[in-house]
Structures are given as structure tokens and as C-alpha cells.
Design a protein around this ligand. Structure first.
Ligand code: GAR
Length: 194
């Protein structure tokens, strides 16, 4: 059984593109039906176009105060949501509706360096400022609180003495590209009972 996937992203979208590419030839497992985005200028929308993946753009207000996003999920018969650099909180109603069917990737080793305001380069700055010797990625289920759902997978990388947020971000991105699609596939296979 193939599951219908919505990827939610807010910005650059390099992970979203990597996931689209990965599942292109795996339509027996997953169909990437849509990129959902809260920023009409986000580069992820260009990336989606390149792969002919439909896009759906909404504002913060539309997400939180209307049924627009939920209606789109219904219309496209979405089974599973992949958060991929999505910077807003997912409304509780959608979290409840998709219990254990929303995964997120965080660019650090949760539970450290998570929570509100901890996204993208802010995370890497905080990791360096804290003098951490290692960082990494965490894939977890999304729940009502930022970065607090149960962990599915972690991978680590070193933090080097001369790292800047940029160099650390690159190392963490490599881990994301190497692992996130495979972890998603594994979760989908379990869900589909394959
Ligand atoms: C990724 O590093 C992702 O882990 C992070 O944002 C980046 C998005 O990059 N997500 C968070 O910080 C969520 N709290 P991308 O748009 O190029 O995939």
C-alpha cells in the first residue's frame, strides 16, 4: 500500500528536495503529494516545481484560524506528514488527527538544544557556544510541544574546535541527507505493515 505524503517546509528546502528525489522511484511505498509551506517566497517552492510536486502556501493565520490546511490534507487524502525545516508549530488539531503520523527532523541531539526559537543556525550557534564536543540530528514524532515527541533515530557528528555555525551546519546537513529519507521509509513501512 502506498501512503500519501505531505512535506511541510518553510525555507530553503534542501531536505525536502532530497526526500522528493529519494521517493521518486519508490511510489509503491510513498507518493509525495504536496509541499505545504507557510512562506510564499521560500526557495523550497522552486525546488518543488523542478520535480512537478504541487505546492500549497498558507499564512500563519490561515494555519491557525481556518480549516484551509486541514481541508487540503483531506482533499489530497494525506496519510502522513513530514516536517522538513518547518519553522512554525503544527496546530494541536492536526497533531491529534495525525497522531504518530507526523515526523520532524531537528539539527541537534534532543533533548538538548530544542524548544521554541531553536531552529536552523540558532541551534548550531547554541551548540558551539555551549562548548559541546558533539552534535547531530534527531528524527522524532511531533507532539503538542516543540521538539518533544518520542525519538525515532539519532546520528552524531563531532563539533570541531574551529567550527562556525556554518561549518557545523554543513556537517549536520550531510547527516540529514544521509539518514532522513531512510528513516522515513522505515516508519512508513512499519505503518503500512510491510
Ligand atoms: C534543517 O537543518 C532542519 O533540521 C532544521 O532546519 C533546516 C532546514 O534546512 N529544522 C529545524 O531547525 C526545526 N526546528 P532545509 O530547508 O535546507 O532542509
Amino acid at each position: 500500500m502506498s501512503l500519501n505524503i505531505a512535506i511541510w517546509a518553510s525555507g530553503n528546502g534542501s531536505n525536502a528536495e532530497n526526500i522528493i528525489k529519494y521517493f521518486k522511484d519508490k511510489t509503491d511505498i510513498a507518493n509525495i503529494r504536496v509541499i505545504m509551506c507557510n512562506n510564499k517566497n521560500a526557495f523550497v517552492l522552486e525546488r518543488a516545481k523542478k520535480y512537478n510536486v504541487p505546492t500549497f502556501v498558507f499564512t500563519y493565520k490561515e494555519l491557525n484560524e481556518t480549516d484551509m490546511v486541514n481541508n487540503k490534507l483531506e482533499e489530497l487524502d494525506i496519510d502522513f506528514i513530514v516536517l522538513s525545516g518547518f519553522m512554525l508549530k503544527v496546530p494541536d488539531s492536526i497533531i491529534r488527527k495525525y497522531a504518530d503520523r507526523i515526523v520532524n527532523i531537528h539539527p541537534a541531539l534532543l533533548p538538548k538544544f530544542g524548544g521554541k526559537g531553536m531552529y536552523g543556525d540558532h541551534v548550531h550557534e547554541a551548540v558551539i557556544a555551549a562548548g559541546e564536543k558533539e552534535s547531530g540530528i534527531t528524527v522524532h514524532y511531533a507532539n503538542e510541544h516543540y521538539d518533544e515527541g518520542s525519538t525515532i533515530f539519532q546520528a552524531k557528528c563531532p563539533v570541531l574546535p574551529d567550527d562556525t555555525p556554518d561549518t557545523l551546519a554543513q556537517r549536520v546537513h550531510s547527516l540529514e541527507y544521509a539518514h532522513y529519507p531512510e528513516v522515513i521509509e522505515q516508519v512508513l513501512r512499519e505503518l503500512a505493515g510491510k
